[in-house]
Design a protein around this ligand. Structure first.
Ligand code: PXG
Length: 290
């Protein structure tokens, strides 16, 4: 495996960052998780745009134009002879001193790791997930905006830990006001009587690339879709529920806090969107090997 780090392609044992990197010291940096399917990178421009937006929001200047970074992601995949891959793109604040001051970090680091993808068990897609609500609230947007995909993921990790203790694969997070926000690493949707609903960006969620693709697919299929605020009550009484994320794609949810959703099986709308998403992912994207 070859990892891109600041202009070089290095084997894992040599791909190292300094203990003074503020990405390590403070979680000061941004990242993206990207997939390639069938030799093409899915929604690469959208992921890159979100990376540069996240960086801009934290006043981190990515030391490479977007077009060059795009080409470097593709080159990393080529050097690793990958067609189906999970790509982790990371930009850290870089090396500074032990203080917080980001101005003492003159050169941000860019890291690209491309590896084979580990898929979730097929069983999850056929039978659906049981999720639970965590007591850990999603970050308050005026503290750390969840729209920033930063290296500071402790909010999500604490939620994940609680979910695992309850035996759940994913965990539902509410925002500080008690409205449904998202899961630890996935966005959430529900369906009732032909209407598809997902929380709006402003309540404090990561606006997922998969989420946005699913909204577009649903619109193309002529579905009615609303981005609006809702409570868990509406989830409990929904006909269907599913999650979206780069790793999970579209995955059904059949139980939330021990309430059975709909008839307890992945619903028709969910199944239709799973198929539509797979078709899109396998037939679009930036070619790795032109
Ligand atoms: N919400 C959060 C909080 C996320 O971290 C998503 C939604 C889905 O966004 P995309 O753009 O992927 O559709 C994410 C992204 C993992 C893992 O290993 C997952 C994410 C990030 C880092 C690791 O499961 N999810």
């Amino acid at each position: 495996m070859l990892i891109y780090i600041d202009g070089e392609f290095l084997p894992p044992a040599e791909a190292k960052v300094s203990v003074f990197d503020h990405g390590l010291l403070y979680g000061d940096g941004v990242f993206e998780g990207i997939r390639s399917y069938n030799g093409r990178v899915f929604k690469l421009d959208e992921h890159l745009e979100r990376l540069y937006d996240s960086a801009k929001s934290i006043m981190l200047q990515i030391p490479m134009p977007i077009a060059t970074l795009k080409e470097t992601v593709l080159e990393t995949l080529r050097r690793n002879h990958l067609r189906e891959a999970y790509i982790r793109l990371i930009v850290t604040r870089g090396v500074g001193d032990l203080g917080l001051d980001p101005d003492k970090c003159p050169s941000p680091s860019i890291i690209i790791i491309a590896d084979k993808i580990t898929l979730y068990p097929q069983k999850f897609y056929e039978e659906g997930l049981a999720i639970v609500t965590t007591s850990i609230r999603r970050n308050y947007p005026e503290a750390i905006n969840p729209r920033i995909k930063s290296l500071n993921y402790l909010n999500n990790i604490l939620a994940k830990i609680e979910g695992k203790q309850a035996g759940a694969v994913e965990v539902l997070m509410l925002n500080a006001d008690g409205y449904v926000a998202e899961c630890s690493g996935d966005n959430i949707f529900w369906v009732k009587k032909e209407l598809l609903v997902t929380p709006p960006g402003h309540i404090g969620i990561l606006e997922g690339v998969t989420r946005n693709s699913v909204i577009e697919l649903a619109r193309q299929a002529g579905m009615r879709i609303e981005e609006r605020v809702f409570t868990r009550h509406e989830l409990y009484i929904a006909d269907e529920c599913f999650l979206t994320g780069t790793a999970a794609e579209v995955i059904p949810v059949v139980k939330i806090d021990k309430r059975v959703i709909g008839d307890g099986c992945p619903g028709a709308v969910t199944q239709k969107l799973i198929a539509a998403f797979r078709h899109l992912a396998n037939n679009t994207g930036t070619p790795i090997y032109a």
